[in-house]
Design a binder for this molecule. Structure first.
Ligand SMILES: O=C(O)[C@@H](CO)OP(=O)(O)O
Length: 206
């Protein structure tokens, strides 16, 4: 049985381009972001990948990426479930601030801890640990059972909500996850074993 699960971070958003902390704010994709999402779809199509169901977040940039991928692979209108459990990490008071301005104000090290550490939460927001605590139960209850039934599943979501999921799937520790960066619009094709562990992972980068 082919238990495949494709994870894709959304294409570049307007706030990615402007270098702003985004979190639960809802900017749209840029033109480049649209192209990245379409390219992701074409890469998946070239591999012969298609889906039985798609999951995305409650945010426009992920939903649009999901739609663009599905259009490219010739499955527009596929059953798609949107849930805020897959939203980006909540950046709290940092949302809307420029990342370089934040470094100038709080220092490189503090901003890096907020962005990439496992358990340091930005003021008023979620740490990666908090993000794992909402993404993982959703994955276990809603996504993994479908993959185990042999459905081919697409998840179009966000840098940190996917880092949370990948940390668990790949068995990364709290140190290693700090070094994991996900490029916009790059799909990752997982195949799972019958015991839910990862059989293979292929990153379809540019
Ligand atoms: O701003 C955000 O919401 C995220 C993703 O763009 O940023 P970072 O990569 O700094 O965690």
């Amino acid at each position: 049985m082919d238990r495949h699960l494709v994870l894709a971070r959304h294409g570049q958003s307007d706030w990615n381009r402007k270098n702003l902390f985004t979190g639960w704010r809802d900017p749209d994709l840029t033109e480049l972001g649209v192209e990245e999402a379409q390219l992701a779809g074409r890469r998946l199509k070239a591999l012969g990948v298609s889906f039985d169901v798609a999951f995305t977040s409650a945010l426009s940039r992920a939903q649009r990426t999901c739609r663009l991928i599905l259009e490219e692979i010739g499955q527009p209108g596929l059953d798609t479930i949107a849930d805020e459990a897959l939203n980006e990490r909540d950046y709290g008071d940092l949302a809307g601030l420029n990342k370089d301005d934040a470094r100038a104000k709080w220092g490189e090290e503090q901003v890096h801890l907020w962005r990439r550490s496992y358990d340091v939460a930005p003021p008023g927001g979620e740490s990666l640990k908090d993000t794992v605590a909402r993404v993982l139960p959703y994955y276990m209850r809603n996504i993994q059972p479908r993959v185990m039934r042999g459905e081919r599943v697409l998840v179009a979501a966000h840098g940190n909500s996917l880092r949370a999921l990948i940390m668990v799937l790949d068995g990364l520790n709290t140190q290693t996850i700090a070094g994991l960066e996900l490029a916009t619009g790059v799909p990752m094709v997982y195949r799972l074993n019958a015991d839910t562990t990862v059989a293979s992972k292929e990153i379809l980068d540019r």
